[in-house]
Design a protein around this ligand. Sequence first.
Ligand code: NAD
Length: 446
Amino acid sequence: MTEKTKYDVCLVGLGYVGLTLATALADAGFNVLGVEKRQEIVELTNAGKPHFSEMGLDQMLLDVTQSGRLVARVDFPKDSYSDIYILSVGTPLGPDGKARLDFMEAAARSVAENMQDDALVILRSTVKIGTARQVVKPILDASQKAYQIAMCPERTLEGRAMQELRILPQIIGADDVATRERAEQFFYKLTNSTVKVSSLEAAEVVKLVDNTFRDIQFGFANEVARICDAVGVNAMEVIQGGKLGYARTDVALPGLVGGPCLEKDPHILSQSCVDYGLDLDMTHAARRVNERQPYETVEFIVAEYTRRNPRRDPVIAVLGIAFKGIPATDDLRGAMSLRVLEALDQQLPGAKVRLYDPVCTERDLLGVRPNDEVVSTLESAVIDADIAIIANNHPELAELRPKQMVRLMADRGFIYDYWNSFSDLRSHELGGTYFAVGNSRKIKQG
Ligand SMILES: NC(=O)c1ccc[n+]([C@@H]2O[C@H](COP(=O)([O-])OP(=O)(O)OC[C@H]3O[C@@H](n4cnc5c(N)ncnc54)[C@H](O)[C@@H]3O)[C@@H](O)[C@H]2O)c1
């Protein structure tokens, strides 16, 4: 009988999380197998090419694939096994708004089949509370093999993952000391810093709380923006002024809140809590503020456009479509710019829309907005536009100052900025042509 090939680590799912981690682990010296069901990702990975944009990933992936320390396959190669398995499949919300478990179940089944006694299985995805114990564990138990299980959630920021994998404290949750120590020894090859928590559930909750906390902070900042718009004061002046020399108040800045994590993780937390008889308040409220913002602000944009007595359907330039601009990414999942565009479609159905993004490709953009025009420079996006919307905070979008931008735009054109990139400028530099979230309404007269 031929000997089985042994990998140090196997990752199931080579998306953003799986591919960055697999590459970092291979770079740290592990012999890594990536199992990914999408053939095109497997081919790109084996050719040393990332299937998304991530700073620092290109060269490292090329190195580790060329040296053979990372290989990708569509299925587990027969006659191979791993010491450690990491489940990094997606956990999106389904069409019913509920967290999907089917990817995690399928991944667990394939690991149960492939593993040998003494495997360590690590959940890396963000999961509903109880998934490790109630969903993954029964599948692994059915194999009747001996194994250990830990929950070690991914916490990196897209755009900074390759750095952060080496410096962020790694959360390690497992029910027993031996499993925690084994998982810790493994992660010590990547980072000096680990935080051990005493159960699988504690680690699941840590991850969901981290992201929900951010969502609530941004939700409150957007609430402040709503207040300032209603009262007719500038939210940036209020927020920055309020915290200057006064550390007790540290309100975040308003803006579009989305992306692949924040759009779903607070929902996953609140759905988890329903199983424990708990109905969350702040978590829902923040999501409501953040999800309503695109529609509410587009109402203002339409009112302002109408107030300017337009003579034609508008040309609208939407600038920065990826879900964030700092750190830069091409990720369009959960991008709230798409909700802004949806609201514009509804409220200005005759509009001609131009898209510009410094990072996303034309193919990416047409994939989500097939009927819009995609342009390749900031200038060409705004020329003759009636409305320019700054939808993410990529620094390149601030290269054209509002006065320069308006000069290129149509007569009576105006700018709406979701990121307040220019709110610090004095009003004579902005004229009556620049509006931003939390800086866009006058006090009602009479
Ligand atoms: N994107 C982030 O920056 C980030 C950060 C922290 C945590 N997370 C969490 O990590 C998880 C993964 O996120 P992602 O952005 O990498 O998702 P993703 O959808 O980009 O990647 C998941 C990959 O798994 C593959 N896959 C699914 N089922 C499979 C199976 N049974 N066998 C093999 N491959 C399979 C899919 O084809 C896909 O390529 C999610 O739970 C997410 O919430 C993401």
